[in-house]
Write a protein that binds this ligand. Sequence first.
Ligand SMILES: CC(C)(COP(=O)(O)OP(=O)(O)OC[C@H]1O[C@@H](n2cnc3c(N)ncnc32)[C@H](O)[C@@H]1OP(=O)(O)O)[C@@H](O)C(=O)NCCC(=O)NCCS
Length: 218
Amino acid sequence: MIDDVLPAAVLGAETFGDEPDGWLFPEESAALGEVGEPRRREFTTVRHCARRAIGALGLAPVPLPPGTRGAPRWPDGVVGSMTHCAGYRAAAAARRAEVRTLGIDAEPHAPLPEGVLEYIALPEEASHVARLSRRSPDVCWDRLLFCAKEAVYKAWFPATHQWLGFDGALIVPATDGSFHVRVLAQRPQPAGVPVQFTGRWVVRDGLVLASVVWPATV
Ligand SMILES: CC(C)(COP(=O)(O)OP(=O)(O)OC[C@H]1O[C@@H](n2cnc3c(N)ncnc32)[C@H](O)[C@@H]1OP(=O)(O)O)[C@@H](O)C(=O)NCCC(=O)NCCS
């Protein structure tokens, strides 16, 4: 599923359950701290996926502790992203020389809880979701919008070190598995960051998965 939303330069790894033989480096365990078992399992399994992804790039396993604002710290020369939700964990990684930043997000493919769309969507996005829902009712467009926004933020933050709120970008999904993103005015506007770009999405097996990849040349 992950490969459906990634270009060739990005290597993905996914799993639909927790890995019994997943393990953490001591610095990852220390960064995680005292948490419940479900959180330990998702944190461990997604790093197992991430080590598979960087292994596919030809790199040895390294610690991937959380850094600033929870963004994972990738090895020098590598960019990547991680996601987990019920029944799914995935990571994606690429060489910094080819990809500037990337974000992935997975969500259960179900309508958002009452009131959430109003909270996360710009008026134009909400109207578009309503139109798409009438036209293609098999897709939970509200959840897809949310998923795309999270993927945008996961790509945005490591590249800019700036917060981007739900109203910080206008996202327009299309029925062909793409979505268009227009970043709205930011203060300060980060230098050299694209104002418009596209992402990809897929719905399958009860999940929605979205990705955003900025090539190194943007
Ligand atoms: C950070 C955020 C995107 C995480 O999304 P989520 O759906 O809750 O969680 P997921 O399980 O898919 O992803 C969690 C993983 O994202 C990664 N992550 C966390 N913070 C991150 C950040 N600031 N930048 C990049 N990646 C981050 C981590 O790898 C984390 O897993 P880990 O803690 O086990 O390492 C979300 O909590 C958030 O803060 N959203 C608000 C900002 C936003 O979405 N703006 C919309 C812009 S249009």
